[in-house]
Design a protein around this ligand. Structure first.
Ligand code: MEV
Length: 420
């Protein structure tokens, strides 16, 4: 890598682990202690404080995707994932996206929604009006719960009331809209919902049942866009083949689920690496994919006037850089330092760009050589290890399996016996 700070690294995957760590260390300005974290495990005391009934630590590999250029800034993107080919695919997609200037993003304010479910009111319309008429008092009460958030420019900003028909009759659902700044926001929002519940009951004579944040964070949206160079893709015919493949995801939920799973391969890997709640992100993303009444693709593609492929993605991203595991887990802090992000907004920009890159890579492979080719070499390595190969033997067995296009455990055992 040259002195100029770039995430463009050729042949990164061919380097030994130590050399890769050195590149990341130099790129992100890591100190010795931070660098050592790569090969360390989470302290048992920290693990024991994070969940209940702890027995140990469950490891998955941490890699880094290279080549990402987002809003003119270079990023090395940490990814915690157990699936082979995902990190390589993201890096390749980012390399193609760089040609036309990389990813451009837009992010909304970090607005989360808290829901309060009200039952047993005599007249729904009057109850709803009473709540709306006391909006200011309710917002003031919410903001008394988190003075620091308010000082930082966040806090409860708005209140909406919905009247829903239900098997139990009319139900009133009050939404409190909270700017959670750099946090994921669940704690702040849930605390506010619980604080408002008695006041809403008093205003309406009803009974509040649920009071909890909504994971459909559709006021906290991130958009990423990029142009994939047609020449780097192999010409306009490949762009057309890509678009033909993509169309199925836009019309068919069976394909859309798999298409979006490809997006979440990237999204979740970075969400996990930064100590965020991937279940919340998954729930929000898939609910958002069905926002128009039918489940569809989270990404969209079209051809520009020059025949290049334009890719766009929009999804809700409730992620934070303060609070929870994002702060407690030393590797989550390390991953944030590798990224060089200082705000939840910037982290969201990288997550959305990575999701788009990952999606492009999968559909690109599916439209051309198919997905198995890329999967094969790492899969072959796994099979070689399962067959008992050690050290140099792993590559020897794996290469032979790929050459024979027969990546099977019994064949791996035979090859291993022969080379021994
Ligand atoms: C596999 O983890 C993800 C893919 O199935 C995504 C897709 O089909 O677009 C390859």
């Amino acid at each position: 890598m040259s002195d100029e700070k770039t995430s463009k690294v050729s042949g990164f995957y061919k380097l030994p682990v130590e050399k890769r760590v050195e590149i990341v260390k130099n790129f992100s300005g890591l100190n010795e202690e931070e660098t050592k974290l790569f090969s360390s495990y989470l302290d048992m005391e920290i693990a024991d404080s994070m969940i209940e009934n702890v027995l140990g630590i469950f490891e998955i590999p941490l890699g880094v995707a290279v080549n990402f250029l987002i809003n003119g800034k270079d990023y090395l993107v940490p990814m915690a994932i157990e699936e082979s080919s995902v990190v390589a695919a993201a890096s390749n997609a980012a390399k193609i996206a760089r040609v036309k200037g990389g990813f451009k993003t837009e992010v909304s304010d970090p607005l989360m929604i808290g829901q309060m479910q009200l039952l047993h009111v005599k007249d729904a319309a009057t109850a709803a009006k009473n709540i709306i008429d006391h909006k200011k008092q309710l917002l003031d009460l919410a903001n008394q719960q988190d003075k620091i958030l308010v000082e930082l420019g966040g806090g409860a900003k708005d209140l909406e009331v919905r009247i829903l028909d239900s098997p139990l009759g009319k139900m009133i659902v009050t939404h409190i809209i909270v700017d959670v700044r750099d946090a994921m926001g669940a704690n702040a929002v849930n605390t506010m919902c619980e604080a408002l519940a008695p006041m809403i009951e008093e205003l309406t004579g009803g009974k509040i049942r649920l009071k909890i944040l909504s994971n459909l964070a559709d006021k906290r949206l991130v958009r990423a866009k990029t142009v994939f160079d047609k020449e780097k893709m192999g010409g306009e015919k490949v762009v057309d083949a890509f678009l033909e493949s993509y169309i199925l995801a836009s019309i068919d939920p069976y394909r859309a689920a798999t298409h979006n799973k490809g997006i979440m391969n990237g999204v979740d890997a970075l969400i996990i690496a930064t100590g965020n709640d991937f279940r919340a992100i998954e729930a929000g993303a898939h609910a958002y994919a069905a926002k128009d009444g039918h489940y569809t693709s989270l990404s969209k593609y079209h051809k520009d006037k020059d025949g290049n492929l334009v890719g766009e993605i929009e999804l809700p991203l409730a992620i934070g850089i303060v609070g929870g595991a994002a702060n407690i887990h030393p590797k989550a802090r390390l991953c944030r330092k590798i990224l060089g992000v200082d705000t939840a907004k910037e982290l969201a920009e990288v997550v959305a760009s990575l999701g788009l890159a990952q999606n492009f890579a999968a559909v690109f492979a599916l439209s051309t050589v198919g997905i198995q080719k890329g999967h094969m070499s790492l899969h072959a390595k796994n099979i070689a290890v399962m067959a008992g190969a050690k050290g140099d033997e792993i590559d020897k067995v794996a290469n032979q399996l790929v050459k024979e296009e027969k990546v099977k455990l019994d064949r791996a055992k035979e090859i291993l016996e022969k080379i021994r």
